[in-house]
Design a protein around this ligand. Structure first.
Ligand code: BES
Ligand code: MN
Ligand code: ZN
Length: 500
């Protein structure tokens, strides 16, 4: 969809639908009150009638309202004013946009409430609106013969402000929001594709396609032979059980000074995780096509970054492989040697993510990174701990952790810091190798991060466990979420000091 901003008198705007926001149980916001004045008190009448009360995400459509040029007025509830934050406008707008897309409006305008005054608030509101609207309109029907698309889809949304000085922050919010939304859509598309289509090779080809779209983005993918020469014995041990060859995707975005140290994002790209010889139970195993969501979020973030031409150097590394049972697959008790030289006893072949990530994290060290963030659907334990709401966050640098937490908060894509330490590291001891690939029953998310930490000692590092946040299970809602592209892009925008 297309987004614009305009400073104008809302009643004079010829539009299919003017969306008017209403707070619950309070006198009308100044902007809404002014409009209601010229509209003959239609909003106040709706509230008096009891048909509409301004509860969060509530909607009421009014037709042919006198005094306004718009064909329809859509009253949109924002809930109690005291609890309102600029980002929350996005959630309500998404509901409205979805409804308009499925009815007769080709374009619409959103009258911004007077509660949004400061530059920062306008920026955040516009950004959240674009992200949430695009998220709501997203469809994945590539594998359906009959695409059920609305006959008259919504094409354009205009943000309407009273004053001209509101338009620059709105425009910046729109641009940033569109980039994040595009990154999320790419991540969602790649993740929703089935494992027989989205193989490591396919993922590498898609990454290269992305590279061809931007001058500042160079993408290559190491082959198994090249990885062998680098000594990536842990990564290759996982792909040995699969007929699909592994790839190590390396994407370099150069937007910063030539000698500026890059941020490196490393994303788990397990295009299907059956568990290997430690085979998973069959219920819901199809969802393990989502085990490449970390890798997809890295590619999505690169897209957002390249679209915005952020003045930063960014490297994306995606180890891509399948994990299947096979006569040549890893067996419990096998010992492999990682690129870092550490030997690993594989006690459970289903703890494969850390095996492919550890070699990718060692490879990341080549870039003398300013910071490394890895993103992985790493542990079922993280879903037990945090459910589907927050991502797990662990790392070796408290400043980096705080920076990521703040970015997640601002982007509405939150993470929660979990501890690490010697007690947990001890759980990874092996009688036969330098370390084991599992740490026993308890604190599975933490011991997984402890495993990774042994390969990240040379730089500032954080790990996002997105096992609970990367996709939604079950019925109609099932699908990839595009998280944590919003968090990661916000992190980069803030590093570039580009948010007001
Ligand atoms: N990809 C899974 C983690 C996962 C499971 C994510 C379910 C989302 C939902 C990972 O490779 C895995 O299998 N982890 C094991 C680790 C265990 C063997 C130590 C797990 O969480 O059970
Ligand atoms: Mn696994
Ligand atoms: Zn996995």
């Amino acid at each position: 969809m297309e987004y614009r901003s305009r400073a104008t008198a809302a009643e004079r705007l010829a539009t299919d639908c003017l969306i008017v926001t209403v707070f619950a149980k309070k006198k009308l916001d100044d902007t809404t009150a002014a409009l209601d004045g010229v509209a003959g008190g239609a909003v106040a009448a709706a509230l008096r009638s009891g048909d509409f009360s301004g509860e969060s995400e509530e909607m009421l459509m009014l037709y042919e309202t006198a005094g306004v040029k718009a064909k329809r007025l859509l009253l949109l509830g924002l809930g109690p004013r005291k609890e309102f934050a600029p980002g929350a406008l996005g959630g309500a707008l998404a509901k409205a946009v979805k409804r308009l897309d499925e009815s007769g409006s080709r374009e619409a305008a959103l009258l911004l409430p007077a509660a949004l005054e400061e530059e920062r608030q306008l920026y955040e509101a516009a950004k959240a609106c674009v992200i949430r609207a695009e998220e709501a309109l997203y469809r994945f029907d590539r594998c359906k013969s009959e695409k059920q698309r609305p006959s008259r889809p919504l094409r354009r949304l205009t943000f309407v402000a009273a004053e001209r000085k509101a338009t620059p922050p709105l425009e910046r919010g729109i641009a940033h929001g569109k980039a994040v939304a595009d990154g999320m859509s790419l991540a969602r598309d790649l993740a929703n594709l089935p494992g027989n289509v989205c193989t490591p090779t396919y993922l590498a080809e898609e990454a290269k396609k992305l590279g061809r779209r931007f001058d500042k983005l160079k993408v290559s993918a190491l082959t198994e032979k090249q990885m062998e020469r680098l000594g990536m014995g842990a990564l290759l041990s996982v792909s040995r059980g699969s007929r699909q060859p592994a790839r190590l995707i390396v994407a370099e975005y150069r937007g910063g000074r030539a000698n500026a140290r890059p941020v490196v994002l490393v994303g788990k790209g397990l295009t299907f995780d059956a568990g290997g010889i430690s085979l998973k139970p069959s219920a819901n195993m199809d969802e393990m096509k989502y085990d490449m969501c970390g890798g997809a979020s890295v590619l999505g973030t690169l897209l957002a970054c390249a679209e915005l031409e952020l003045p930063i150097n960014l490297v994306g590394i995606v180890p891509a492989s399948e994990n299947l049972p096979d006569g040549d697959a890893n067996k419990p008790g096998d010992i492999v040697t990682s690129m870092a030289g550490l030997t690993i006893e594989i006690l459970n072949t289903d703890a494969e993510g850390r095996l492919i990530l550890c070699d990718a994290l060692t490879y990341a060290g080549r870039y003398k990174p300013a910071a490394v963030i890895d993103i992985a659907t790493l542990t079922g334990a993280c879903v037990v701990a945090l459910g589907h709401h927050l991502s797990g966050l662990l790392g070796n640098d408290d400043d980096l952790i705080d920076e990521i937490l703040a970015a997640g908060e601002a982007a509405g894509d939150r993470a929660w810091h979990l501890p690490m330490g010697k007690e947990y590291q001890k759980q990874l001891e092996s009688p036969f190798a330098d370390l084991a690939n599992i740490g026993g029953k308890w604190a599975g998310t933490i011991t997984a991060a402890c495993f990774l930490s042994r390969f990240t000692e040379k730089y500032q590092w954080a790990h996002l466990d997105i096992a609970g946040t990367a996709w939604k299970s079950g019925g109609k809602e099932k699908g990839a979420t595009g998280r944590p592209v919003p968090l990661l892009t916000e992190f980069l925008i803030r590093r570039c000091k580009l948010a007001p």
